[in-house]
Each structure stands twice: as structure tokens, then as C-alpha cells.
Design a protein around this ligand. Structure first.
Ligand code: MG
Length: 310
């Protein structure tokens, strides 16, 4: 099993960025060596800081699917297509940040938009509620640009202009983001899953957690999608078979929803029960899952009881 998770409003609380309430599930994930793959609009530097704080060294997806990073020598994986960057392997999927900034230079005044590249660290800190030193890391962008727009009604026109430059707009919890046309969290999740399956030479079960519109492509891509409500308890409109609605916002909902899945994971390992139990959670209709269901009918013992499988 591998877990993909959004950060802001999902693993981290919307207001204070705290993940304290997720600590019980985080501890279980760490002790079971289940890969926890952050999939976020944040930058590489921000994720690296967070991983250090959490004591994690796992692959991650930054800037809404703009880039994938694996720690060097991660679990003995071979990732031929990656570039070596400072102790990590990078697979860039997005368009370079300079191209997005060039577009903004042309279009910024006309549409009254301002991106992180136009703001001081203090402004970013004020807008996000992040401490100033983290705001500096949020500004170290490689593939995407968060921005604000004065007048939402200009968005459709801006979208058209961006599209002509090969750029798309997606919406996160606090900001709009410019991103390369072919990029989203779903494509990146698919890519990372394929790297795991290639290296483990078998399929993996994927779990995904998110709260916003930009998480939908990720939730569509995983076997077990989990939707976290917004701070006011409202859910993003998502229509996905088997979608699990976490009962609380932020880290508390994250902990609760994953707690159930991890208990099932433990039962599947501990008592020789069937993997199929885990798929009580999984959506049933996609072709991918039809395959997973069929496979999971086999008892654990006939699959060699490999803990990495579930
Ligand atoms: Mg979010």
C-alpha cells in the first residue's frame, strides 16, 4: 500500500498548519514503513522542511504535479528517467517557472493578478499565515506560480490567454495557480505509482487524501480516495465511486479516515485474513479496480504474505 496526501487543509490544518491530531496515524504509517507521499502545491524546499520535522524520507510530488522527487537510493529503486539533484532524483513534469513568469509579465497588469514572484516574503507570510522563513521557501518555485486576482470575473479571459501560452489555471485552498497545461496531481500520482509497480514488479494499492478541487485528479487516480471536508464542514463537490468522506476537517479527519484503513491493513497482515477486506474501502467500478478485486480474492498465504503488497 502507498498513501498519497495533500498537505494544506488535509494533513495540515487550514489555519495553523498543525498536524498534531494526525500523529497516531503518522506513527503507524512510519512503523509499518508504508510510503507516505506528499502531493502538494508547495515547493520542494517546503516539503523538505516538513519531511525533516516529521522524520520522513519519502518520495514527494511538488507544485501540483509539476515535479516528482525521490530520495537517492530510495528502497533500492531504479529510476532511469530521473535527473540527479542534490541528494535527490527529480522527474520534472511541469513547465519551467521562468516561462510562467514571462506570461505573467505580459498579462499581469491587464488582469490585475499578482503572483508570489511579485510579492515580498512578508506579503506571502501575511497572506498565508506562514512564518517568514517558510514563506521564503514557498517563494522558491520551480514549476508553478500561485497568484491572486482582484476581480474573479476576469478569470475566464485570463484562462484563455494562459491557455494560448500552454498554461492552465487550477485552484487550491488559498490561491489560484498557474501550471503547465499537461500537469496535475493525478498525472504525477500515476507516474509515481508506476515507478513503485515497476520496481516491486507487482501492483500496489493506492490511497489518496485531499480537500480541494486541485486534488480531484489525484483522488480519481487512486484505489481508495478520501475526501477531507473544508474547515466549515462543507465538502468539495466530488462524484467518485467508493469515495470516503472523512468525518472532520484537517489533520483530525486525516487521522480518523486513515486509522480505519490502517486497522484493516493490520488485520490483513496479522491474522492471515484476505486482502479483499481492504477493498471494502476501494471504489469498485474502474477497470483498474476490477483487476485489483480479482487479484485480492486470493488468500494472503498464496501471495507469499508480502507486507509491501497491501
Ligand atoms: Mg488542500
Amino acid at each position: 500500500m502507498i498513501i498519497f496526501t495533500d498537505l494544506d487543509g488535509t494533513l495540515l490544518n487550514h489555519r495553523d498548519y498543525s498536524y498534531r491530531e494526525a500523529l497516531p496515524a503518522l506513527k503507524k504509517i512510519r512503523s509499518r514503513r508504508i510510503p507516505l507521499i506528499m502531493c502538494t502545491s508547495k515547493t520542494r524546499r517546503e516539503v523538505e522542511i516538513l519531511q525533516r520535522t516529521m522524520g520522513l524520507s519519502e518520495p514527494f510530488i511538488v507544485e501540483n504535479g509539476g515535479g516528482i522527487f525521490f530520495p537517492s537510493a530510495y528502497r533500492g529503486f531504479r529510476i532511469e528517467e530521473s535527473l540527479g539533484i542534490r541528494g535527490a532524483k527529480c522527474i520534472p513534469l511541469g513547465i519551467p517557472y521562468v516561462r510562467i513568469r514571462a506570461f505573467m509579465k505580459r498579462a499581469g497588469a491587464r488582469y490585475s493578478i499578482r503572483g508570489f514572484g511579485d510579492m515580498t516574503e512578508q506579503e506571502i507570510a501575511d497572506l498565508t499565515g506562514l512564518p517568514a522563513e517558510i514563506a521564503a521557501s514557498a517563494r522558491a518555485r520551480e514549476f508553478t506560480e500561485p497568484f491572486i486576482i482582484e476581480d474573479d470575473e476576469k478569470l475566464p479571459d485570463l484562462e484563455r490567454a494562459a491557455s494560448e501560452a500552454g498554461i492552465r489555471i487550477t485552484r487550491g485552498g488559498r490561491f489560484y495557480h498557474f501550471i503547465g497545461r499537461g500537469n496535475d496531481k493525478g498525472e504525477a500520482v500515476k507516474y509515481v505509482t508506476s515507478i513503485f509497480e515497476r520496481n516491486r514488479k507487482k501492483s500496489v494499492i493506492t490511497v489518496g487524501l485531499g480537500d480541494s478541487r486541485n486534488d480531484l485528479p489525484m483522488l480519481e487516480q487512486v484505489d481508495i480516495p478520501i475526501l477531507i471536508p473544508h474547515p466549515d464542514g462543507r465538502y468539495e463537490k466530488v462524484d467518485l465511486p467508493g469515495l470516503i468522506h472523512a468525518p472532520f476537517p484537517g489533520s483530525m479527519g486525516w487521522n480518523d479516515a486513515l486509522g480505519d484503513i490502517l486497522d484493516t491493513y493490520d488485520r490483513a497482515h496479522g491474522k492471515g485474513s484476505r486482502f479483499v477486506e481492504l477493498h471494502r474501502f476501494a471504489k469498485g467500478s474502474s477497470a483498474r479496480n476490477a483487476g485489483v478485486y480479482a487479484r485480492e480474492q486470493k488468500p494472503v498465504s498464496s501471495m507469499g504474505h508480502d507486507p509491501s503488497r497491501v
